[in-house]
Design a protein around this ligand. Structure first.
Ligand code: SF4
Length: 180
């Protein structure tokens, strides 16, 4: 083999190796991104962006909050920030309104039926003192104080609040499992 041919062959091999190296790097990057944990509850969207994504008006978002159906995160300056989970929650509320004909008061009454003392669960002693255990018209996180509420916004991270869309949809199944 002439020296020119030999050099060309070497160049081709080098090019192929560079392509393989590039491919491996991309593949590793994709795998790393796929392995990264994504937190659905992380507040990331301002109210304007969240409203745009949901294709609804900002005042509607505020109305759901006023009705007690959503507790947005507030940053240090008091701005509302929404997570993916919040967006899913608002879509669920929209579905109940649009497809099932409920109004905000109806959704509130439905969520007020969630047996939070069973879902948490709370001790017999605690539940006896808790207004959410006695009242069936108010959602537990709307009481100014309950046996488990730490402060105004702490319910946002409570499993009873976070799972309330699923549990509301499966209320009968949940009640069947309890002794009530
Ligand atoms: S912490 Fe809040 S949302 Fe959770 S059960 Fe208590 S009142 Fe309800």
């Amino acid at each position: 083999m002439s020296s020119t041919n030999y050099r060309r062959k070497q160049q081709r091999i080098c090019l192929r190796l560079a392509k393989i190296e590039k491919y491996i790097k991309i593949e590793l990057k994709v795998r790393k991104m796929a392995a990264m944990e994504f937190d659905d509850n992380e507040p990331v969207f301002t109210i304007g962006v969240a409203a745009r994504k949901l294709n609804i008006a900002v005042p509607t978002m505020r109305m759901y909050e006023k009705a007690g159906l959503i507790i947005p995160f507030r940053n240090e300056s008091g701005r509302r920030i929404y997570s993916f989970a919040d967006l899913k929650r608002i879509s669920y509320i929209r579905r109940l309104i649009k497809s099932e004909g409920l109004n905000l008061a109806g959704i509130r009454r439905l969520m007020a039926l969630l047996p939070c003392w069973e879902l948490k669960p709370c001790s017999t002693e605690l539940r006896e003192k808790c207004p959410a255990y006695r009242d069936c018209k108010t959602i537990c996180w709307m009481f100014p104080a309950t046996a488990c509420k730490v402060d105004e916004r702490s319910c946002r991270t409570c499993s009873v609040y976070l799972d309330s869309c699923d549990t509301t949809d499966n209320l009968k199944q949940i009640l069947k499992k309890t002794k009530y």
